[in-house]
Design a protein around this ligand. Structure first.
Ligand code: PEP
Ligand code: MG
Length: 827
């Protein structure tokens, strides 16, 4: 793909032009470099002095060089001189074309052409023809290509027609969708506007399509030649039927509408259920019913004072805006791709609407003014957006009122970046609707007040999801941003076990949720009544059902729920969110408290599992590009051995009086276990009884289980990470959450390998899948004998185990191993 360079006197102008062009690419990436403005202002502000710099242009050309040529677009006067000089300055310039096209229109046309695989010359032609559309629209010429008879390709071409049903016709965005739909197809598509005779226009050319002057109601005839002709025409007809996926936010001007017709909003289905237009993911089981509420700004601690001078605060805000925009662009790209591949995904239009709001110069200028008057970046941004949202909310038009929710969603996204995501949530009765939650926010929620959670983003294996499960708050994730538009007070019903979600349900739908809730309550009560007894399978094997503990308070809850032991104590809760590491004494006290709560039952203390997505603020760790593949778990602990020594010291002290196991996380090689054991041996007095185990989270360890079995007393399989590493699916990334199923046969084969290699060494599973009713028989059938689950799940897991027969489980496991996919396993 060719590269593009934008040479402009003004840096903001260049950035804005690139943002506009990028929006037309629908997720496709084109290398576009900017050489604009002169040196930075001393304030560090985003503004630069107006002008162009030949050296900067030369650097930009070098950076844009993909090996397929570089197209240079310039604004005026000295921009052209600088570009010419840059070529003289470059000892070995790549193939470069200086293009006479107007900057903005040319850049949009060239970018779309580049994304479609155009050569340097084709992209330059596209750019230079970029004014055709505008000319046609203004009636300055016919807007047609040199006339080609309509039936030129009739002999070997397929033909279809569609009506443009968009309020504003085929303006740039719908036109860019046509180009995107044809991307990658092997055929020529030409379009004619039968209403005004304009065309034919090449279907891959944004400027030519715009030049058709197609208004609402016009019929477009499409002819296609080549092997993919039929596919292309089908795509175009479908696209037109979907009104080019244009939502209100895409339209060039907004006009009042009834919100009930807006596709981005939740819709009432025929069955009377109101569901989000994306398929939400089940994240924490249980039925939640209650009025919707959203995070309020008053719950976000905005800094009273700016942390620096206005220049620095503006810089902070601009940085947060840029990061939020990048994040939205990534979401748009992923959603567009998913749509092209007909996979479920959030609505890209909602992200696009938010992107447009972030690019609203008025809003940003207003926040800058507030900063100049002494406000912090966060307070200024929040006030500007709230003022704008309040104004909208005061209007009578329902469509415009609904835009206020967009403004508040955008406000929170930027604030989350500015304030480092650690804004506290104050619990309120009902269903919390939020973009996403951090682990800190999730752990602050009170389960006796919050009856459910619906997140627009988020994934079921994220740490926030684990915490909501531990709290027993039903939740669904990845419901799409449209959920954030549901006004406060509207009744929501959700099933966190299936992902079903109903907004403002009809009476009969609500009744179904209520019936399901009372059935689940009945089953839970039944399970709780026997939870104190061991869980023995029908043919006699006793399975230990343990609890995962992420906080001291959870220990007592787990014991009340019937846990046989604490199979995983995530000790990092003691280390995170503070300025210094806890002392040995403090650690001892906390571990002792947990051990005492367990009243003589074994507790498995996992040593610090930080690094990755959980950095420790008081230790200087290198910036990592892929933190999940970096200094995490035992790697981190061995890099900071004093931290590990102190922790082992505290564990050993508790082990003198209680049955305690120590477990090392994220192990990869035997030397790590040897090194950690050596530290332990230095600290532990002779004769102390302390079991040593490792987490199996890295696929390599699963395949080397027989070797590790010589070194440890037990294995605990962390399926959250094992699935992440086996399936190459980052656990917090909702875009790949549907791939990240721990019941994928690839993961099951690794669990099988561990059980076979373990010999007499005990094998537990402490990942979230251990509480999944579908997974339990398979895990037991593969040879797992301990399931460690979130405390509220203990009674139900015990009840499920008692229903099972080991021989049947073995047969089911053998069948699962030969399945082709996770879906087949679940089936
Ligand atoms: C796991 O990876 O499955 C696990 C239990 O550890 P954590 O979720 O704490 O990373
Ligand atoms: Mg893990």
């Amino acid at each position: 793909m060719i590269g593009i360079v934008v040479v402009s006197h003004s840096r903001p102008l260049a950035h804005a032009a690139v943002d506009l062009a990028t929006q037309m690419l629908h997720g496709e990436r084109v290398r576009i470099e900017i050489a604009a403005g002169l040196a930075e202002e001393p304030s560090g502000d985003d503004k630069a002095l107006l002008g162009t710099d030949a050296l900067a242009v030369a650097d930009a050309i070098a950076a844009a060089d993909t090996g397929e040529g570089v197209l240079v677009l310039m604004d005026l006067g000295s921009a052209i001189l600088s570009a010419e000089l840059a070529l003289d300055l470059m000892p070995t310039a790549p193939e470069v074309k200086l293009c006479a096209a107007p900057l903005v229109e040319g850049l949009v046309a060239a970018s779309v052409a580049a994304a479609g695989g155009a050569t340097l010359t084709e992209a330059a032609n596209e750019a230079e023809n970029a004014l055709l559309g505008k000319r046609a629209q203004l009636g300055l010429d016919a807007g047609t290509e040199p006339s080609a008879p309509a039936d030129q390709h009739a002999a070997d071409s397929a033909r279809a027609s569609f009506t443009v049903d968009n309020e504003h016709g085929l303006h740039a965005r719908p036109a860019s969708r046509i180009v995107a739909a044809l991307r990658g197809l092997d055929c020529e598509v030409r379009l004619r506007n039968l209403a005004n005779g304009a065309g034919p226009a090449a279907g891959r050319s944004l400027s030519r399509i715009a030049a058709l002057g197609a208004l609402t109601g016009h019929t477009i005839e499409a002819t296609a030649t080549g092997p993919d002709a039929e596919v292309a025409l089908n795509r175009l007809v479908e696209l037109a039927q979907r009104r080019f996926d244009e939502k209100i936010a895409d339209a060039p001007t907004s006009s009042p509408r009834d919100t009930s017709t807006e596709p981005g909003l939740t819709e009432r289905s025929a069955a009377g259920t109101t569901t989000a237009s994306t398929a939400p993911l089940p994240a924490s089981p249980g039925i939640g019913i209650g009025p919707a509420w959203q995070l309020e700004l008053t719950e976000i601690a905005l800094p009273d004072q700016p942390s620096g001078p206005p220049g620095a605060e503006r810089h902070l805000l601009n940085g947060a805006l840029a990061r939020t925009k990048n994040r939205l662009r990534a979401h748009i790209g992923a959603a567009e791709d998913a749509r092209l591949h007909q996979q479920p995904s959030p609505e890209p239009e909602v992200f696009q609407a938010h992107l447009l709001l972030l690019e609203d110069e008025e809003l940003v200028a207003d926040a800058h003014r507030r900063i100049d008057n002494g406000a912090s970046a966060a307070t200024a941004w929040a006030s500007s957006l709230d003022t704008a949202a309040d104004e909208l909310e005061a209007l009578s038009d329902p469509y415009l009122r609904a835009r206020a929710a967009d403004l508040r969603a955008v406000r929170d996204q930027v604030l989350a970046v500015l304030l480092g995501h650690d804004t506290e949530v104050v619990s309120r009765p009902g269903i919390l609707l939020a973009t996403d939650l951090t682990p800190a926010q999730a752990s602050g929620l009170d389960p006796s007040i919050v009856t459910g959670i619906v997140l627009a983003h988020g994934s079921p294996t994220s740490h926030a999801a684990i915490i909501t499960r531990a709290k027993g708050i039903p939740s669904v994730h990845a419901a799409g941003e449209e959920i954030l538009r549901v006004p406060a007070g509207v009744i929501i019903a959700l099933d966190g076990g299936t992902g079903e979600l109903a907004v403002d349900p009809e009476t009969d739908v609500l009744a179904k949720f209520k019936t399901r809730a009372s059935e689940q309550r009945r089953q839970r009560l039944l399970a709780e009544s026997t939870a104190g007894q061991v869980a023995t399978m029908r043919d006699g094997l006793t399975v230990h059902v343990a609890a995962n503990i992420g906080h001291v308070a959870e220990a007592a809850h787990a014991v009340r729920a019937g846990a046989d032991l604490a199979g995983l104590v995530r000790t990092e809760f003691l280390f995170l969110g503070r300025e210094h590491a806890p002392s040995v004494d403090e650690q001892e006290q906390v571990y002792r408290e947990i051990a005492q709560s367990f009243e003589g039952r074994r507790i498995v203390l996992r040593t610090l599992d930080v690094g990755g997505d959980k950095p420790l603020p008081y230790l200087s760790q290198p910036q990592e590009h892929n933190p999940f593949l970096g200094l995490r778990g035992i790697r981190f602990a061995l890099a900071f051995p004093q931290l590990l020594r102190d922790q082992l010291q505290a564990i050993v002290r508790v082990a003198a009086d209680h049955p305690v196991s120590v477990m090392f996380p994220m192990v990869t090689v035997v030397d790590e276990v040897r090194a950690a054991r050596a530290l332990l041996a230095d600290i532990a007095p002779p004769g102390i009884d302390i079991e040593v185990g490792i987490m199996v989270e890295v696929p390599a360890v699963a395949t080397k289980a027989a070797v590790f079995a010589q070194l440890v007393d037990f294995f605990s399989i962390g399926t959250n990470d094992l699935a992440q590493y086996t399936l190459a699916t980052e656990r917090g990334n909702e875009s790949v959450a549907d791939l990240a199923d721990p019941l994928d046969p690839g993961v099951l084969h690794l669990i099988d390998h561990v059980c076979r290699g373990a010999g007499d060494t005990r094998v537990a599973v402490c990942g979230e899948v251990a509480a999944d009713p579908t997974a339990i028989p398979l895990l037991l059938g593969l040879g797992v004998t301990e399931l460690s689950v979130t405390p509220p799940a203990v009674p139900l897991v015990k009840a499920a185990v008692r229903e099972l027969d080991l021989r049947e489980c073995r047969a089911a496991a053998a069948r699962a191993l030969s399945c082709e996919s996770a879906a087949a396993v679940r089936g």
